[in-house]
Design a protein around this ligand. Structure first.
Ligand SMILES: NCc1[nH]cc(CCC(=O)O)c1CC(=O)O
Length: 310
């Protein structure tokens, strides 16, 4: 049995923090093991041609982190759940759902304390259609401007005066020890989070029982139910990560409350639905909620968004 566990990670500050966090947790659990990081620059999709990753004789399109795992150069990869696609390449699976950080969106401004306080024409930075839709719905007098780059870049653009306020996931700021930059937390009623926001997930080789056993203590069962419900809703809506869809579940004991939202980017048409039931039915509840949204026209709204952004 190998004494070394290798964590594949991208090199951005947030990705490195997330990998180091899991590294530290594993090191504390297993002092006899060496836990290494395998940092890599992401080249995006690549074709993997090893026998392990061939389907019908053809190479498999995977991300570089996944290629590293399939080729045995790394044993696991740590992801922000909200950036993960719903399907995984053959040979790999999502195994661990860790305890969530604060799932809310954060309002960040150097001059104003919350969305309510922003004057007419104030400029809010975000490139998320989900955030844009919800801000525009309630505050049509505000202007939304695209904001791209990593967390540090986005804060710099705010500080340079390009925006009156920006919206970021609270969890990313907290993890990077930038929590003091959070001016206020936006209630989930005003900005329903993206599915899996604030949650780390760990991807492993499907046949690697050794690594799976090591990761077991990192599982959080309430967060797993939450994520199962939220992802099932997104999957049924066929939503990627660049869509105006919000999904947020709360688990209380054996009961799960799930809220969902689909809207157009300008917040003109916004559909909200909710559902509740036992945690064991998390995925079924997610699917049922998606169907309620579809019955009210979510499919047409999403189709219009896809047609516009293709
Ligand atoms: N899409 C970018 C992204 N992916 C994960 C996070 C951090 C939050 C998280 O862990 O869910 C962020 C930043 C943001 O949305 O502000």
């Amino acid at each position: 049995m190998s004494k070394t566990v290798r964590i594949a990670t991208r090199k951005s500050k947030l990705a490195m923090w997330q990998a180091e966090h899991i590294q530290a947790r594993l090191a504390a659990l297993y002092p006899e093991l060496t836990i290494e990081l395998v940092p890599m620059s992401t080249r995006g999709d690549i074709i993997l041609d090893t026998p392990l990753a061939k389907i019908g004789g053809k190479g498999l399109f995977v991300k570089e982190l996944e290629a590293a795992m399939l080729e045995g150069r790394a044993d696991l990869a740590v992801h922000s759940m909200k950036d993960l696609p719903v399907e995984f390449p053959p040979g790999l699976e999502l195994h661990t759902i860790c305890e969530s950080e604060d799932p809310r969106d954060a309002f960040v401004s150097n001059h104003y304390s919350s969305l309510n306080e922003l004057p007419k024409g104030a400029v809010v930075g975000t490139c998320s259609l989900r955030r844009r839709c919800q801000v525009k719905e309630r505050f049509p007098h505000l202007e939304i401007k695209d904001l791209r780059g990593n967390v540090q870049t986005r804060l710099r653009k705010l500080d340079d005066g390009e925006f009156d306020a920006i919206i970021l996931a609270a969890s990313g700021l907290i993890r990077l020890e930038l929590g003091e930059r959070i001016t206020s937390f936006i209630p989930v009623e005003d900005s329903l989070p993206a599915n899996g926001q604030g949650v780390l997930g760990i991807e492993v080789r499907s046949d690697d029982e050794h690594i799976k056993a090591l990761l077991e203590p990192l599982q959080c069962s309430t967060t797993r139910y939450r994520v199962l419900a939220e992802r099932a809703m997104n999957r049924r809506l066929q939503g990627g990560c660049q869509v105006p869809i919000g999904a947020f579940a709360i688990v209380e004991g054996e009961h799960l409350y799930l809220r969902g939202l689909v809207g157009d980017p300008d917040g003109v048409e916004v559909i909200r639905e909710q559902i509740e039931g036992p945690v064991e039915q998390a995925e079924a509840l997610g699917i049922e909620l998606a169907e309620k949204l579809l019955a009210r026209g979510a499919g047409e709204i999403l189709k219009a968004v896809y047609d516009q952004h293709d």
